[in-house]
Design a protein. Sequence first.
Length: 407
Amino acid sequence: MSSWRNPIFLISGIGISYLGNWIYLIALNISILNLTGSAAAVAGLYIIRPIAVLLTNTWSGSVIDRMNKRRLMIFIDIFRGILVCVIPLIGTLWFIYIILLLINMVGAFFGPSSSVYITKLVPTENRKKFNSIMSMASSGAFLLGPAIAGFLIMFVGTELCIVINGITFLICAFFIYLLPNVEENSNSVRDPIRWQTLLNDWRLVRKFVINAKFFIFVYLLFQGAMLIGYVLDSQEVTFIKQYLELSNRDYGLIVSITGIGSLTGSFVSSMVAKKVQLKNYLGAGIFFSSLGYLFFYSSYNFITATVAFVFLGFFMAFANTGYATFFQNSVPIEIMGRFGSIADMLQGIIQIVFTLILGLFAEWFSLQFVCITFSLMGTLFALVLLITILMPSKAIYFSEDKKVVNG
């Protein structure tokens, strides 16, 4: 059990910040919708992150791979915590958007940094179990966060919800401070990052992409289905409140109940980590998750919407665990930060385009029709991925005994 001491510290810190994020997200969505009454204004919250990614990720990976990941993660969380606590002092929508942009620009460094740190901290044979437990922490936050947010919003308003999120970032930074330094040559002198450095880094990532054809194929299909899901998330509140004509309380209750499915999925995935193959986590997880979006936007009342979301949450836990493990086992650790940052940038571009297209089509056609059409696209991507990775000839790419370099 001592080998799990440090991973548990990391899961605890990030899990607490997840809880703060959900409290904050629910409050922010409702606040913006009540303030403007506009679906476009709510959708704007979902565009801020990809815009931040576009502004940072051409160069952030080069910084990440050359810095001490533990110290970088601590700095990011402290800085984000301070910025989040500033939001209640701002009274205009556009200033809030600017602060959110800064938070997301700094936060764009955290994901790739944590991926590298986790890969170094957790042995290959424990990664699927670790990622399942991390998903459980995320699901627990998903379950508790909206319920706590609903209670706090009812009695003290949205400002305290935002401050709580800032505090959880600071707590996360403290837990990461307790973790060991896993960097090699952490005290070596690093060359300054210049334009030529960025070009060389991009060429290195390009070489990996060319050589790792199967990994890239899986990556594109999985992220295609996931990005469509993220875009559909931008219309979740609008669909529930305006199409299903449910209240704020109903919305919070649906999201909270969904957390039960997600938490259950994470628990089951952690229990069967040694018995179920990685390819089944990845392929079946994303396929059934995509079906969950299709079921949700085909719903017609509170019960059908809730059942669809519970189904979605259960299988999304498997999909996220499978993808995280596959990524950690497939991407060389020395370029993981650069690849992750560039990939996030490309995903950001696609997410912005898809979100704008969905919003535009929703003005021309029925919101439900547009969302079902997008859901069908995501399900098609997931089905092609599932069929491909279940081929016996592809089994070697999902080995968990040792790191496999894709060809």
